[in-house]
Ligand binder design. Structure first.
Ligand code: CO
Length: 260
């Protein structure tokens, strides 16, 4: 069942998404060579609590952290650990925050120092694919139009699309209908309508699309251990227009010329 939001509810979504965006900005200022993901987790939890939010992932189905850590071959749902980031790593941090009963969801993949050019190209393409998906997310289009835009953009450039995980509706729950796959056919799936709130999140691999889940039951990595990238925004259909509720502006302010 797809819950369409009222203007008042969308105003709450805006506030939750702004806090989520600021959390990602705070993370950006700590993501550096030598820093552990445990340290980033501590910073993120403090920032969320200090700002009156709740970390939606913490305890969700038993997930042990506020943020998902996606180092190199990790696609999604990695745990924080004592792993210290190294020169040339890439790390996605996926954050969901609840504020006043509504959730914001976003992800940014950071480069530590100078990853290989082919890895940087993967990051750029995945981020561009997110915006291709957002462009296709228009009132009157269908979910399959978003899916197809992302798939076509990435596969035509030689990358592969993870199929086991997808974007989703979002609102009073972190995951609502409809599912928003990153592959599919145009003009299929649910109609995009006024009041819809969606998390659009391409997860794109440098090698094959296949993934495996580690023994911890959560950490999802590429089967061939080649890198994966992940960017995500929460959007809403408001007055016939698509509003991107989350923003990378806070990340951009921190990264400056390192922002891609
Ligand atoms: Co999401």
């Amino acid at each position: 069942m797809i819950y369409l939001k009222t203007p008042e509810e969308i105003e709450k979504m805006r506030k939750a998404c702004d806090l989520t965006s600021r959390v990602l900005g705070e993370i950006a200022s700590h993501v550096k060579e030598g820093v552990t993901t445990n340290h980033i987790e501590m910073i993120a939890r403090e920032f969320i609590n200090d700002n009156g939010g709740k970390a939606s992932c913490l305890g969700y189905g038993g997930f042990p952290a506020a943020v998902c850590y996606e180092v190199n071959e990790t696609v999604v749902h990695g745990f924080p650990s004592n792993y210290a980031l190294r020169e040339g790593d890439v790390i996605g941090t996926d954050v969901v925050v609840e504020l006043d009963g509504f959730h914001g969801d976003m992800c940014y993949t950071f480069a530590i120092g100078e990853p290989a050019p082919e890895v940087m190209a993967l990051l750029r393409t995945t981020k561009e694919a997110l915006y291709k998906g957002i462009e296709a997310c228009k009132e009157g289009n269908r979910i399959g139009d978003i899916s197809n835009a992302i798939q076509t953009y990435c596969e035509s450039r030689g990358y592969s699309v993870v199929r086991e995980m997808c974007g989703h509706g979002i609102g009073k729950s972190m995951h609502e209908d409809p599912e928003v796959p990153n592959y599919g056919r145009r003009r299929t799936g649910a109609l995009i309508r006024e009041g819809m709130c969606l998390a659009i999140e391409p997860m794109i691999n440098l090698g094959a699309r296949n993934v495996v889940i580690e023994i911890d039951g959560w950490t999802c990595r590429t089967r061939d251990r080649k890198p994966s990238a992940h960017y995500e925004h929460t959007v809403a259909i408001v007055d016939g227009e698509t509003e991107v509720l989350t923003t990378f502006d806070y990340v951009k302010d921190v990264l400056k010329e390192r922002y891609i």
